[in-house]
Design a protein around this ligand. Sequence first.
Ligand code: MG
Length: 158
Amino acid sequence: MRVGIGYDIHQLVAGRPLILGGLEIEFDRGCKAHSDGDVLLHAITDALLGAAGLGDIGEYFPDTDPKWKDADSGDLLKEAWKHVRRRGWEVENIDCNIIAQVPKLKPYKSQMEARIASLLEIETRRVNVKARTNEGLDAVGREEAIATQAVVLLKPAQ
Ligand code: MG
């Protein structure tokens, strides 16, 4: 088995849709980013690459490359997962945290789990999404950013 960790944080800005866990969330701001800014999928992508010993998201999809401008982070996740799977791994489980003061994400958690599982073509029960605030502290608590963490456990494919 191999474990991987992922972390990401993006600034919240006006005039952008909020894309999280592959879903568009109703909110008046979105994540500033070169891609679509899906801060949760970025952390999961990094955790998958990390578990397989394949580096990090920035090596595969540099934000200096115009090719990834406004890229669908679901596509980036699928592409990274292809590399990991090719190395003979499958997912035992994925657990993640979304740390956001706003908006309320509870109604979206199970939909995000289903969406992430479908992007990876794995069972939904293998994905867990948790959401919490930052108790009003720091940039996340001031509603200036959303942060995420993910851990992935890989096992050899059957
Ligand atoms: Mg990111």
